[in-house]
Design a protein. Structure first.
Length: 215
């Protein structure tokens, strides 16, 4: 087992259907195979409370307004950091999270139009000022998202049109947010899953070596 001199936090981001969760699972296996003490988690749903919040957020059996929706994601995040992320980092583990704070900035900020500044302030508070060391963005062009949404239908229903606009705003949001961030690795989500993993794995290893944390 390779011992890190401190914990490392990696977040994975991308639109729905980008292949991000498959990459998270594959990356976890590859990094663990390198002898790194690695755990895979996710937002929402990384803690016991988070699993309940995930169900509420996914099923939406009761009306959830945009602000309440964000605050539920933020509650999940606070619990996730308290219960899982911070203890794992303290144990010098490598933590991979399928989504994190940037998802709220993009989905609730750019997507739903809530204040990005406010979201970033609450995220920072919920995360005890901890930021991911590395963020991997699985990039998929609008056309691919469009194909996946419409499933090759020629006419879009009004609901699908709304989703299309929303997805376009999300892609625009991710691009804007990640444009000049040096901690972000961009991988091509159109490639086969094993090639996406290879791209991400090589970049992560390079970044971890640059952080000088492997003794
Ligand atoms: P997942 O399917 O990638 O696990 O994500 C669940 C959904 O929740 C996905 O549509 C993105 C959304 N989401 C937000 O809207 N804001 C957030 O802060 C997070 C973490 C996820």
């Amino acid at each position: 087992m390779k011992i890190l001199s401190r914990g490392i936090l990696i977040s994975l981001e991308g639109i729905d259907g980008s292949g991000k969760s498959t990459l998270a699972r594959n990356l976890h296996i590859h990094l663990a195979n390198q002898g790194l003490d690695t755990i895979l988690t996710r937002e929402p749903g990384g803690s016991a409370l988070g699993k309940k919040l995930r169900t509420i957020l996914q099923e939406k059996e009761v009306n959830v307004c945009d602000k309440a929706e964000y605050l539920l994601f933020a509650a999940d995040r606070a619990q996730h950091f308290d219960e899982l992320v911070i203890p794992a980092l303290n144990e010098r583990k490598l933590v991979i999270s399928d989504r994190m704070a940037d998802s709220s900035v993009v989905y609730q900020g750019y997507g739903r139009g809530l204040s990005i500044e406010l979201i970033q302030t609450i995220n920072t508070w919920a995360m005890h000022n901890i930021k991911p060391d590395i963020t991997i963005y699985v990039q998929v062009p609008v056309e691919i998202a469009l194909q996946r949404i419409t499933k090759r239908k020629e006419m879009l229903s009004s609901f699908e049109r709304e989703r299309l606009d929303f997805t376009q705003r999300l892609i625009g949001g991710f691009e804007k947010l990640f444009h000049q961030r040096r901690d972000v690795i961009i991988v091509n989500g159109q490639l086969p899953a094993d090639e996406v993993c290879e791209q991400a794995f090589d970049a992560v290893i390079k970044n971890i070596q640059a952080l000088n944390v492997i003794s």
